[in-house]
Ligand binder design. Sequence first.
Ligand code: HEC
Length: 230
Amino acid sequence: MTSPMKNSRATASRRSLQHMLRALLSHARLFAMAMTLSLGLAAISQAADTAAAAVKVDDNSFRCMRQMTPVRHFFVDNLTGDIAGTLAAANAPKGAPYPAGSVVQLVPTEVMVKREAGFSPATGDWEFFELDVNEKGAKIGKRGFAEVNNRFGKNCFACHAPAREPWDFICESNHGCDAIPIDHKMTGALQRSDPRCGPAVPEAGDTMALLKLRALVTIGATVGWFKSLF
Ligand code: HEC
């Protein structure tokens, strides 16, 4: 037979158990609230990070090509500071998407800049630029996405599109783009005479390469777009 004493003890311990459970539940709720709050804060700070990494491009984004980082026969930069990411993509043996902020240049007057993810899905988020350069710096002549023709009516994107996969629209010599009649001796000579870098630092053969390039332009035997290189 159970004594009333034992009964009341049992009731007391059931109560304290209930109390503990309630306390635990309310802690769990608090914990869940804290988690939601901290996840919310994480999302906010992530959004702030993304905003901080926005790629702003104006005349001052561009500099003397030879101060950028050389990769094979061209130069790269990164406007958000992620030069390591840009180099990793440029050196990936099987190609890789370039990170936001990447700047790629073969000649002083034409540039591709990788914008924020989702900015221009059709062009892989690349924005195309045509610059006017002189010893004082660069001025953006033209900029835009798939619709951009250079001043001679040739479309940057149309030429670069065959290199879409897996080269992220970077043509180089063997990524599927139609060849252009301008070789790396010529592009090298243009790089070494970028007026923004001070006096030219010509290598043997540069004068001849530039003469050939001018001749090509003069006789108009080739696509007009590289008249814009001068
Ligand atoms: C007639 C086709 C054609 C047009 C038009 C053209 N490109 Fe290119 N571009 C190429 C090819 C091909 C290469 C690679 C040349 C090489 O390295 O041998 C190249 C190279 C480049 C490079 C160096 C990285 C790479 O893809 O190899 C950049 C940057 C570039 N072009 C930007 C532009 C911009 C900006 C425009 C428009 C203002 C433009 N291009 C217009 C065909 C073209």
